[in-house]
Design a protein around this ligand. Structure first.
Ligand code: SF4
Ligand code: MG
Length: 283
């Protein structure tokens, strides 16, 4: 069985020292080992942004895709090879701005993949512009007088769109994050894990200390029930989405693959793969 070290490669990440993305990479590697995966059983598909580099830093199949398009690629990979565990990853700009249409429809489609968003509440790669996750009043080069748009609440949107697994974590809480990624991988359907990942270079508001002061860990709320969708929505709205932990899970709904009539449960044999489409249809 592979250890987390076997999910490392020799590519040195070029994230800034202190960037939250380092811990997310480590949590993915640990979670993959903890659930018993081998490097050739995992595919990491990423979008564009600092976070998008992650697919090159993990010893697994990987594809560094195009901006906002990690999810269509990841869903295609999973449907083409259901034996792979597929993780899609990218930043808040990638997934919640240009990619938001794909995100909502991937959520409601419920293909069995895990989507990890590295949410630093800014555009880091392009040197610090306001993102949909930036707070109101947030000042950057793109909003020098402070953002006058409301902050996107992607987890509320996910619940409304029919999400079957919604979680949130903080890059500094690697134990919780690793556990949530394991649960996301094991969930039979689309799992969304939003991770607060401080951008130490450009975001001087949402810092490590700011998150520590503002996060409410659901583990400290004894009667919280993650199977209750209404309670999940209420808690998100009450806290301005500053909760971490498993927020919602629906274990009843089947994944997209399992609802396709006639979708083969077993991979195609080498002999079947060698057939032409016509021969195959006439088997
Ligand atoms: Fe991380 Fe920000 Fe540096 Fe990008 S610019 S690597 S998000 S700290
Ligand atoms: Mg970002």
């Amino acid at each position: 069985m592979a250890t987390f070290k076997e999910f490392r490669n020799n590519v040195k990440p070029n994230w800034c020292p202190g960037c939250g993305d380092f811990s997310i990479q480590a949590a993915i590697q640990r979670a993959a080992a903890n659930v018993g995966l081998e490097p050739d059983g995992l595919a990491v598909i990423s979008g564009i942004g600092c976070s998008g580099r992650i697919s090159g830093y993990i010893n697994a199949y990987g594809l560094h895709g195009i901006h906002g398009r990690a999810l269509p690629i990841a869903q295609g990979v999973k449907l083409a090879n259901r034996d792979l565990t597929v993780i899609a990853s990218g930043g808040d700009g990638d997934g919640f701005a240009i990619g938001m249409g794909h995100t909502v429809h991937a959520i409601r489609r419920n293909v069995n993949i895990t989507y990890i968003v590295m949410d630093n509440q800014i555009y880091g790669l392009t040197k610090g512009q306001t993102s949909p996750r930036s707070g109101e009043g947030f000042k950057t080069k793109s909003t020098p007088e402070g953002s006058i748009e409301s902050t996107l609440a992607p987890l509320e949107i996910a619940l409304s769109a029919g999400a079957t697994f919604v979680a949130q974590s903080f890059s500094s809480d690697i134990k919780q994050l690793t556990s949530l990624i394991e649960q996301g991988i094991q969930h039979e359907g689309f799992s969304l894990i939003n991770v607060f990942s401080p951008c130490v270079t450009f975001n001087k508001v949402n810092t490590y200390d700011w998150f520590k002061d503002n996060i409410i860990n659901l583990d400290t709320i004894p009667d919280y029930d993650p199977s209750n969708r209404l309670a999940a929505m209420t808690k998100l709205m009450e806290t301005g989405s500053m909760i971490t932990g498993l927020i919602y899970q629906n274990k009843e709904r089947k994944s997209y693959e399992n609802l396709i009539h006639g979708f083969r449960q077993e991979p195609l044999s080498a002999q079947q793969l060698a057939l032409t489409e016509h021969e195959f249809d006439n088997l």
